[in-house]
Design a protein around this ligand. Sequence first.
Ligand code: XMP
Length: 326
Amino acid sequence: MDSNKRPESMARITTLELANAFIEEQVTAIRKQVGDKKVLLALSGGVDSSVVAALLIKAIGRQLVCVHVNHGLMRKGESEQVIEVFGKALDANLIYVDATDRFLDLLAGVAEPEKKRKIIGGEFIKVFDEEASKLEGISFLAQGTIYPDILESKGVKAHHNVGGLPEGMQFELVEPVKLLYKDEVRVVGEALGLPHGMVYRQPFPGPGLGVRCLGAITRDRLHALREADAILREEFDLAGLAEHVWQYFIAVPDFKSVGVRNDARYEGWPAIIRAVNTTDAMTATIEEIPYAVLHKITSRITHEVEGINRVLYDLTPKPIGTIEWE
Ligand code: XMP
């Protein structure tokens, strides 16, 4: 039997009851596969790796070693949440690596989008590899592969994903959610007690804010982007938009315009809001955000974020605009 093929008889996991049955089944299977050996997992804090982590912690506790690499391109509060949820609440064996300086130093002056992606992906593998080689007795590598990844493995997503297996690393794989669709992974995550916000969060590209801080990344503009993005997320939550808009974020280009603040000339970057709906990310439509919400976001960002003096709303569907700006 092909273990990468979802059996037709497998029911869609839509309820807590079905999720619990899946969890029990997987806990047994993981214990059987792993025995008393150690398992390594790159924990990004995204939905898939978080659910795999929680499942493995339930099955084998501290035999799981989670490595969270903060590449300095996370959204505000994300690495902190990983530490809070996994390091503290679930008592995971968590190694936190703040590699911000390594990534930002390498990216300094690099403006070309694909080059930026390659640097981020390559450095991620390097940092993970370095951490892994410091550990002893690791026999398995866990991955948050989900069923669409298997179905699309020759398609777009393969080159999208940051990370992967460092060359020369010989581990057996543990992929407990590889036959699940995203909605099922979320139901399982909630059944495992992960925070709702973590399990239902919007997709976030592997290179993170790196592809939203357009052109050559600078620390001050990256900081402004992160703060503006946090305000956007807060206001979308308050307005009830977070529940139904598929993906929303800020991009900050690397040019300034003239503005005025406190009666003085104030040059700053524009913050561009992108908020789209889609089912498969191949095409996307624009969310109609109430003007009152847009005004509030504009006012907060221009008053609270140092360096930003304008807020723009991107009205371009995909095609012709891609979802990300680069
Ligand atoms: P585009 O910009 O191609 O994006 O319309 C489609 C979806 O893919 C996400 N995306 C990425 N995800 N690594 C990822 O893991 C990447 O390099 C990357 N680029 C785009 C994007 O956020 C959207 O959801």
